[in-house]
Design a protein around this ligand. Structure first.
Ligand SMILES: *Cc1c(COP(=O)(O)O)cnc(C)c1O
Length: 496
């Protein structure tokens, strides 16, 4: 098997192994790590169709993580995709509304970030051991709700790691807050701050850059690391479920071997859809990659015009995990469509930082051919939830509804009837308020748990453990601090 190395999209001349790239997270020049080539699947699709999720994960990930031994990789996979997921299938497909919904929300926090964050801690601690880094890894995160909880759940009780999450005390939903403050695991620490998400984010960045704090940690045998979505160790595990989805359709004889499928992804940071693009490069026959945006439609505009422009009003929508104006993982696609030209990529990213926009050349635009962009406004999003629920009895969340709505328009306009897989990124119980507004607009309550009960009454979709458990779980994290006390909060916890 050919060794794969990782380098920066912006040209810093580091050339790393997979495990080193995972440990570093971000390249020294601010670029993202990319593989020197995309490996082609070695196992035939029919063989993959006979394997379970863990085996497919192994066959895909070993091609990228070439410096991990088979044993190391198997251990990471087995530790991640176990009974933390509420179904053996890990990522089941459900057929509804002329499409196949790939349910990526059966993990600990009922959203798709669990797919990668349940394995990242294991990839990271294995990477540390391989590279003779014997420091304890300390993950530091600021969260507006979802990512923090998924990272907590992933790192909880993983030996050799600690995780500290800061959230805005009054800036997350009651369920999100309850999820975080009931988090178990002695190595977890959750702190509410008197401030908003930006304050928390800025505070965390400062701590990462603080050389004195770094030294203080080194003396105690610790080092910071980041679990955010640009780590290549989050991207690679996401390729797996697209390979898995294709081979399930094959197994169930919904398609014949080699027949193309379309893939529709509700997109924010561009990580999930980039993973689908990589799956295509590996040999999964994907005809169209349909990139679905909410009203923050920077990506739709980019795919239609070749201009990326973040200079616009930021809109709060009912699909908050897609309320993003800078899609950081798009940098990897820009690098690839420029013919892996790091100089070109760096120039465009510097333009983006300086002016908030950039244009790509006609040559690069031509390489966007596999992509189709679309977007859904708020009314269409809620309407899509309602119409799929009423016509098929199938319930989806707001993010998935953006994708389903975009797909419906795409199919009507293009007449393209290629079988489609829609990435279903969150359980409807994660966004109960908005989902109820779509299917039962008369209902009103201030209590998120009452809303969950109402949703169950109507839909009979079982309430996931992730929601029912936290109702009565003991509160384990009560620390609240001011923004300028964050460093002390970190030191206090790390001195325990
Ligand atoms: C993070 C997230 C998305 C967006 O995924 P990206 O990889 O950032 O494009 C979509 N839906 C949900 C529920 C999410 O949590």
């Amino acid at each position: 098997m050919k060794e794969i190395t990782y380098s920066s999209t912006r040209g810093a001349d580091e050339c790393l192994t997979a495990s080193q790239a995972i440990l570093n997270g971000l390249a020294s020049d601010g670029g993202l790590y990319v593989p020197d080539h995309i490996p082609v699947l070695e196992t035939g699709l029919q063989n993959l169709a006979r394997m379970d999720y863990r085996h497919v994960a192994f066959e895909v990930m070993r091609l990228f993580l070439t410096d991990y031994t088979d044993d190391e990789l198997r251990r990471c996979i087995d530790a991640a995709y176990d009974d933390k997921f509420d179904t053996e299938e890990i990522a089941p497909l459900a057929e509804a509304a002329d499409a196949f919904f790939l349910e990526l929300y059966h993990g600990a926090t009922i959203a798709f970030k669990d797919m990668a964050l349940s394995i990242l801690p294991h990839l990271m601690t294995t990477a540390a051991a391989k590279n003779h880094v014997d420091s304890e890894i300390v993950i530091l995160t600021a969260t507006s709700g979802d990512t923090g909880k998924a990272a907590l759940a992933g790192f909880a009780s993983v030996p050799g790691t600690r995780i500290i999450v800061f959230y805005p005390k009054d800036g997350v939903s009651p369920i999100q807050k309850q999820q975080m403050i009931t988090q178990q695991g002695d190595n977890t620490h959750v702190v509410g701050i008197n401030g908003n998400f930006d304050n928390a984010q800025t505070g965390v960045k400062k701590l990462f850059a603080d050389q004195e704090l770094r030294k203080w940690m080194e003396e105690r045998g610790m080092r910071f690391s980041s679990a955010n979505s640009i780590n290549i160790g989050r991207l690679i595990p996401q390729i797996v479920y697209y390979v898995y989805a294709y081979t399930r359709l094959l197994k169930e004889e919904r398609i014949t071997e080699g027949a193309p499928i379309n893939v529709v992804v509700p997109t924010g940071n561009f990580g999930n859809i980039l993973a689908a693009y990589y799956a295509g490069q590996m040999g999964i026959p994907i005809a169209k990659l349909i990139c679905a945006s909410n009203e923050n439609k920077v990506l739709y505009d980019f795919f239609s015009s070749g201009t990326y422009d973040r200079n616009r009003e930021f809109i709060l929508t009912s699909s908050p995990s897609m309320d993003i104006l800078i899609s950081s993982n798009l940098e990897r696609l820009i690098y690839h469509i420029s013919g892996n030209d790091a100089t070109k990529c760096r120039t465009l990213m510097e333009l983006l930082a300086r002016t908030g926009r950039y244009d790509i050349s006609d040559d690069m635009k031509a390489k966007l051919e596999p992509f189709a962009g679309g977007y859904c406004d708020e009314a269409q999003t809620l309407n899509t939830i309602k119409s799929i629920y009423e016509s098929c009895g199938y319930l989806i969340d707001t993010h998935t509804a953006v994708a389903a709505g975009v797909y419906r328009s795409y199919r009507e306009k293009s007449g393209d009837k290629t079988p489609a897989v829609i990435a279903s990124t969150a359980s409807p119980y994660k966004f109960t308020g908005s989902v109820l507004r779509a299917i039962d607009p008369e209902y009103s309550s201030d209590d998120d748990f009452d809303k969950a009960d109402r949703l169950y009454e109507l839909s009979k979709v079982p309430i996931p453990k992730a929601v029912s458990e936290i109702r009565t779980a003991p509160i384990l994290h009560r620390t609240i601090c001011e923004v300028d006390e964050m460093e002390q909060a970190v030191k206090d916890f790390l001195s325990r």
